[in-house]
Each structure stands twice: as C-alpha cells, then as structure tokens.
Write a protein that binds this ligand. Sequence first.
Ligand code: SF4
Length: 222
Amino acid sequence: MRLAGLIGESVVDGPGVRLVVFAQGCPHHCAGCHNPGTWDFRGGDDVSLDDILESLTANPMLSGITISGGEPFAQARAFEILASLVRRVLPINAAQCGSRDYGVASAVASAAASAVASTVASTEAPVVVYTGYTWEALSAIDDADVSGLLLATDILIDGPYVEALRDPGLAWRGSCNQRILDAQASMRTGRPVLWRPRSHGAPTPPPACSGRPRLGQRPPSC
Ligand code: SF4
C-alpha cells in the first residue's frame, strides 16, 4: 500500500493509544487541509502489510490501528486486507458483520496476527478509518473493495474537512460536519449510526460544535 507516513502512538485518532497509518493520495483537496502533502497519488512510499503488522505488534500499549489520509478508500482493497486481518484476530467486534477472508498474507503476517491477538485483544475498536467521503456516498458505490473496507471498519470518521465548520473542541475531528460512526451498525441497518463508546474509559464525542478547547484535538486533516 502507498503511505504518506506512520505514527507509532497517537491518542487523538480514535479511542486509546493507536498506530496510525496515513494513506498517500487524496482526491478531495479540502481548503485548509493540514496535510496537503498527502494529496499526490505519486508521492509517499510503498509499505508492506508485514511492516505495518510488525509495527502494531511491537507495542503492547496499542489499542488498535487507525487508517487516516489522504483518502484510504482510494486504496480500498489494500486497506481492507489490513483491516480484515487486524479485526479477525481481535474477538470483540469480529463477528458482527464479517469481512472477506483473505487468509494470512505471509509467515510474518501470521506471527504478527497472533501477537496482535495477545496484545490488543481488549480494544473496542480495532480499526478506525478516516475518509473524506460521507458514509452515504461510500455505501452507494457498487464496488466490492469499498464495501469490504466498510465491513472491516469499526469506527468510520466521515466527511471532508470544511474550514468554515472548524471546531478545535471536537474530539478526533477537525470540523463539525464530520461524524464518528459505528461502521458495523451502519452496515447492518443501512443508515449512518453514530458511534457510542462501550467502555467507561473512552472519551464521549460531543454531539455538535462546542467551541470549547479540548485536549487531544485533531488538526484539520483526515
Ligand atoms: S482534509 Fe482529509 S479528505 Fe480533505 S484534502 Fe486533507 S487529507 Fe484529503
């Protein structure tokens, strides 16, 4: 997969401490995007699934993976494989919707999958995905890889960054048009369902623009 970069530990990209991978390439070109270096589809570097899984398993503090951008759905198949592997070895959400079975890509990935299961099995959201598309737009696309990535996602943070709606008080988002969706419930019901934390330790996202400063705010990019 083509990545703009990787952050080993983040607390502003979903619940808990997360490994974050940034997809290279974005068609949205939102005004005010914090990271326009991710736009060019020819930029970034090719990174293997094994390398990402090794980064995930090297840190026992991680709660899961966040796929950010750039636009992850522009590489839907590659990220579906990654997300499916991570979710399959994490028991809490794995049986809700199901995802396509790609098997394990290699011996390294197999070993990594076992390690993932032992280190981050308590997470309530193994896979968080950012997208500049709305859930409605993605779910209307007749593409098995797009729907496959939706099915392999636990939390989907959707919509483009809108400078006029910027709110530094929002958790995990840059502008208040962006939603934190329960991707599994949304796919089950066929409508966008807002995510609610199941554990007491997770932050509760504010329902609308609050204007309040908040620790862990996300910069204006996906
Ligand atoms: S804010 Fe996100 S969706 Fe918008 S241009 Fe930047 S990376 Fe792309």
